[in-house]
Design a protein around this ligand. Structure first.
Ligand code: FES
Length: 104
């Protein structure tokens, strides 16, 4: 499969420590703006129970799942709090002209 960049919309529409759902080509992603103001795109469904992480809570570099409170590091993808044990996929993400773009 060929890699490509996908635009996930304006970076300015997401507050610091917030997250937005983004659906594309039948996949669900979460666009996270971490505490330092950087955007990160991760898979949108929790690896534990498939809850939408866009309904979760961002604090610094972590996102907490709204269903069972598992947490993931949005930079590395590591599961950092149980019951989440399997890392979430993270995508290379850049901001270009105010737009969030990520590579799949
Ligand atoms: Fe996310 Fe269980 S569904 S921690």
């Amino acid at each position: 499969m060929t890699e490509r960049w996908i635009s996930a919309g304006s970076a300015n529409d997401i507050a610091v420590n917030d997250v937005r759902r983004f659906d594309c080509d039948g996949n669900t992603y979460a666009v996270v703006k971490s505490g330092d103001g950087k955007c990160h795109v991760i898979d949108g469904l929790c690896t534990h129970g498939k809850a939408h992480l866009a309904d979760g809570f961002v604090d610094g570099n972590t996102i907490e799942c709204p269903k069972h409170n598992g947490r993931f590091d949005v930079v590395s993808g590591a599961a950092v709090a149980t019951p989440a044990r399997v890392a979430i996929r993270v995508y290379e993400t850049v901001e270009r002209d105010g737009q969030v773009e990520f590579r799949v």
